[in-house]
Design a protein around this ligand. Structure first.
Ligand SMILES: NC(=O)c1ccc[n+]([C@@H]2O[C@H](COP(=O)([O-])OP(=O)(O)OC[C@H]3O[C@@H](n4cnc5c(N)ncnc54)[C@H](O)[C@@H]3O)[C@@H](O)[C@H]2O)c1
Length: 251
């Protein structure tokens, strides 16, 4: 990413309190970008934003709740005056059980956060992006998963929600292709975060065994790809899916 190429305007990172979201935020902050971190964990997101420095802000928001999303978008707009980028990163794994043991409520909650949340945040932010004065130039990056492409036993709700994000990315990318707003998705393999720590040892070994490079992806490696997708260096890709799976994906 070119240092400062999306500065001084703001980039929103949902789920920015920890893990991949915080890693992305740290990388962007180091390039001079101002961050609006959104997370449902009020205390952790406040701490994360202050760890980045005084130019950055935290907004407590459950992305599955439309009223909270609208309020966070309005508050971000009021504070920063423009939105140069959005990283739809917040997500949950949900129960690690066979499909027939998922309760409908658990299945719906995973889809509500991962897919409907991505829709709600995109909808609120795109309205602000399109309304910005002057030529519009913005980027959206959706954090999907390798499981969207391959499916994953014991994680049907998660894999289905992440596959939905890919179709949403392709649709919105086409809708905005002539409006200066590029929309892309990334599909990481497993990364060492709190989410991965929910997985037991046998399943972790099985997951690593599926990755030709034989290891989890580093958060910094995902952050580097996301930063590039947010930058002006990414100019002719939209509605596209960028693999970062250590060779696991075959398409
Ligand atoms: N860790 C992995 O192995 C991995 C691999 C591929 C994709 N991903 C995806 O990357 C993203 C980040 O994952 P992570 O590993 O950093 O997870 P994490 O659990 O470490 O962090 C997720 C963050 O999202 C927040 N969040 C969860 N639900 C929310 C909601 N409804 N509203 C607002 N904030 C909410 C949490 O509070 C947390 O701060 C997720 O979308 C995940 O599906 C993770």
């Amino acid at each position: 990413m070119n240092a400062g190429s999306v500065a001084p305007r703001a980039v929103i990172v949902t789920g920015g309190a920890r893990g991949i979201g915080l890693g992305v935020a740290q990388r962007l902050a180091a390039s001079g970008v101002r961050l609006a971190l959104w997370d449902r964990d009020r205390d952790a997101v406040a701490e994360a934003a202050s760890s980045l420095g005084p130019a950055h802000a935290a907004f407590a928001c459950d992305i599955a709740d439309e009223a909270q999303v609208e309020a966070a978008a309005a508050a971000t707009w009021a504070q920063f005056g423009s939105i140069a980028g959005l990283v739809n990163n917040a997500g949950i794994l949900g129960p690690v059980v066979p499909l027939w043991e998922h309760s409908a409520a658990d299945f719906r909650r995973v889809v509500d956060v991962n897919l409907v949340g991505t829709f709600l945040v995109s909808k609120a932010c795109v309205r602000h992006m399109r309304g910005q004065a002057g030529p519009v130039r913005a980027r959206i990056v959706n954090v999907s998963s390798i499981q969207a492409k391959e499916g994953m036993p014991m994680a049907a709700a998660y894999a289905a929600s992440k596959a939905g994000i890919l179709a949403l990315t392709k649709s919105l990318g086409k809708e905005l292709a002539r409006e200066g707003i590029l929309v892309n998705a990334v599909t990481p393999a497993a990364a060492e975060t709190d989410m991965a720590r929910e997985i037991d040892a046998a399943r972790r070994a099985e997951i690593v065994g599926r990755i030709p490079m034989g290891r989890f992806v580093e958060v910094g490696e995902i952050a580097a790809l996301v930063a590039w997708l947010l930058s002006d260096n990414c100019g002719f890709s939209t509605g596209a899916v960028f693999d970062i799976s250590g060779g696991r994906a075959t398409y």
